[in-house]
Design a protein around this ligand. Structure first.
Ligand code: URP
Ligand code: ZN
Ligand code: ZN
Ligand code: ZN
Length: 482
């Protein structure tokens, strides 16, 4: 169905002007000054939408999600049907998922598994290919994934010793291969050995609750990881991307390397901009559930409020380039309790049959947030912390450009008609009772954000109308990379 959006405020990463947009098939065909596109000159079947008072932006892109995620003895709670619906409601029309095989799995088989699962969702998708082991066989498969399957980004974990984590030798070889192939290396930067040592020392001292997660992975541990990764980029000439950067010190290390000519971009994720370390300290003494803090356990951890303030400044200054979610959804009542079992609850016994004592290192890491990333970032526009142009860049365009999503992230003729019509003065309040994610809690329960997406289009098709998913949703597609 052709689509004409009239009287919009067309907002991109570089411009802001009134105008009309016409899309035919799955592409944007024309942008024009207000009133210049006469519906009488367009096909009779054209859907005409009056966008007065609303912002029209390119569909949002989440560069960092986990949906199929076997992790820490369990699986992330969402599947693609639930996560992609939640994404669309929040204006996210494309997400990039981390393919996370275990060390003994084959990258090609893992890619096929993740790809088949992603095809069950309703928004467009792509992948970062997790490299959790490196040998000749893996190298051949990575070459095939790039040459024959259009993959453009790898993912390495410097953390998660004994699980996803790579050795320095492997890290070097991944970076070298990426430099040769022109592929970007995304990295979770924390020093795995220091995390393990800190965890052991805290547990031995009886410090077992969720509030000890942050002290086990302090700023210095993340900063060392960033320095480490950037050193490997510098040695190999690879292009890098630091995922989920939580703190000032880590951003500043990346800036130092950029100043030396290392090509490295920085991502932060929405929990770090809206929450602080006191959330993981919540327990019965603060009037919450005894293990409330487990809801807020993710890695790197959520830091003190001074880092939150710094990250907003870094977004405004262009030192942080993208905003992801690191959506990694685990239920509170069951899965988060793996690390803090309540013996009186049958459901905990099911996940912890041996009745092991509380242990923050066993709490599945991650916070569900795929639905509310843009709405929560928009608060920063409303507060004057970032501009509307920066908002669009951080929530969409920069990810498209960094990861070769060459049909996405821009409002211009020839690009996919992935569109968000955003009402900046239509507040909504977040609640697990009403969200579309599969988890039993929201980390942002009760937060009211100033605006929301009233209409969302994916390749020209309406997927959200009046803030609600339409009944008929078509399968999402793998977004072309180039
Ligand atoms: O805590 C987190 N970040 N969980 C998901 C896995 C990862 O490290 O990205
Ligand atoms: Zn990570
Ligand atoms: Zn190091
Ligand atoms: Zn992640």
């Amino acid at each position: 169905m052709p689509l004409l959006i009239q009287n919009a405020r067309l907002v991109t990463a570089t411009s802001d002007q009134p105008g009309d947009l016409y899309a035919e098939g799955d592409k944007i065909t024309t942008l024009a000054a207000p009133g210049k596109l006469d519906p009488a000159d367009l096909p009779k079947s054209t859907t005409v939408i009056d966008a007065a008072g609303k912002l029209l932006m390119p569909g949002f892109i989440d560069p960092h999600v986990h949906i199929h995620l076997p992790f820490m003895g369990t699986f992330a709670k969402d599947d693609h049907p639930t996560a992609s619906r939640a994404a669309l409601v929040g204006g996210t029309t494309t997400y990039l998922e981390m393919v996370c095989p275990s060390r003994d799995e084959q990258p090609l088989e893992a890619y096929e598994l993740w790809r088949d699962k992603a095809a069950t969702g309703v928004c467009d998708y792509g992948f970062h290919i997790g490299v959790t082991r490196f040998d000749d066989d893996v190298e051949q498969q990575l070459r095939t994934l790039v040459a024959d399957h259009g993959q453009r980004s790898f993912k390495v974990f410097l953390a998660y010793k004994g699980a996803f984590g790579v050795t320095d030798d492997e890290l070097y070889n991944v970076c070298k291969l990426a430099a040769e192939l022109g592929v970007i290396v995304t990295a979770h930067c924390e020093n795995a050995e220091l995390v393990a040592a800190n965890q052991a020392a805290l547990l031995a001292a009886g410090k077992v609750g969720p509030e000890w997660h942050e002290p086990s992975r302090p700023v210095s541990v993340e900063t060392e990881g960033v320095h480490h990764f950037c050193t490997f980029l510098e040695m190999t000439g690879a292009t890098g991307y630091i995922v989920h950067t939580s703190c000032r010190d880590a951003v500043e290390i990346a800036m130092d390397f950029r100043a030396r000519g290392v090509n490295v971009a920085v991502e932060t994720v929405i929990p770090y901009l809206t929450l602080d370390d006191t959330y993981a300290q919540r327990n019965a003494s603060t009037g919450h559930d005894a293990f409330e803090g487990a809801k807020y356990v993710m890695s790197p951890p959520i830091r003190g409020v001074e880092h939150q303030h710094y990250l907003w400044h870094a977004l405004a200054a262009g030192h942080v380039h993208t905003l992801g979610t690191d959506h990694a959804p685990f239920d509170f009542a069951t899965q988060k309790h793996i690390g803090c079992p309540d013996a009186s609850k049958a459901v905990d016994a099911q996940f912890n049959p041996l009745g092991e004592p509380s242990d923050f290192t066993r709490i599945p890491n991650g916070i569900p947030s795929i639905e509310h990333r843009a709405d929560l970032l928009y608060q920063g526009v409303a507060d004057g912390r970032i501009t509307l142009q920066q908002f669009v860049a951080q929530v969409s365009t920069n990810a498209a450009d960094l990861f070769g999503l060459h049909t996405k992230g821009h409002l211009a003729p020839g690009y996919d008609a992935d569109l968000v019509l955003y009402d900046p003065d239509a507040p909504k309040t977040i609640s697990a009772q009403t969200h579309h994610m599969a988890t039993d809690y929201s980390g942002f329960e009760g937060v009211t954000h100033p605006g929301h997406a009233t209409h969302v289009f994916l390749r020209g098709r309406a997927v959200v109308e009046d803030g609600k998913l339409v009944d008929e949703l078509s399968p999402g597609q793998a977004a072309p990379r180039g």
